[in-house]
Ligand binder design. Sequence first.
Ligand SMILES: Nc1ncnc2c1ncn2[C@@H]1O[C@H](COP(=O)(O)OP(=O)(O)OP(=O)(O)O)[C@@H](O)[C@H]1O
Length: 227
Amino acid sequence: MSPINKKNDTALTLRSVTKSYDGQPVLSDLSLEFSSGTFYCLMAPSGNGKTTMFRLILGLEKPDSGVILFGTPTENPGNNDIKASSGTVSKSDPCRIRGMRPLISAVFQENRLLEGYTAIENLRFALGKRYSSEALTAYLLRLLPEDALSKPVCEFSGGMKRRVAILRAILAPTDIILMDEPFTGLDADTRQLTIDMVKEFCAGKLLIIATHSEDAAELLGAKIIHL
Ligand SMILES: Nc1ncnc2c1ncn2[C@@H]1O[C@H](COP(=O)(O)OP(=O)(O)OP(=O)(O)O)[C@@H](O)[C@H]1O
């Protein structure tokens, strides 16, 4: 069992995280705690730092100060390190995580698909041999029309691409999933189908979604966090 996937254990902690761009603060002294097996919706007006927070969690950027911890943190007073079940983080260099950094899957605002390849090839590229072709086809057919499966994704609508990007993230063997505005561009029916699959495949995991939509949060049964 992964060290961070026991339901209700702390899976992720942001402690006094601060980030500025060009001297303009985007996140100021932000502290949040997220539990395994729980869905969260981050809600904030545009530009309040939701994507920035995801980039920090993913390790794509460094906080100016503060720490991001995975797993349940334990501290030794006087020590510059904080131990978490997934590794050790230095307070003075929060991006230096020694030990096991958990895998995190993400849906970015852009779909980041291989445009010249089919949907199943996109899933296979990210997921390797973890699923049979029959299983991947069956998952895709829950969200896409059958004739789409033989086409490269560059011929898909925006909403169809979005569904492939979401499926790729939820099928990945990770305990933490971040999604940035995942349901944008989906009509009511496909949104419901997609949300049903997200609920099914993310059960027991930590899921954090940045969204402007209160009803997506309600459909997911997610806790709302206002940034
Ligand atoms: N690499 C960067 N360089 C400079 N400024 C940046 C950079 N990334 C983000 N910002 C600024 O940081 C602020 C927060 O951006 P961010 O994308 O995190 O907001 P958001 O809450 O995700 O917005 P939205 O809901 O519109 O996606 C914005 O003012 C943005 O212009």
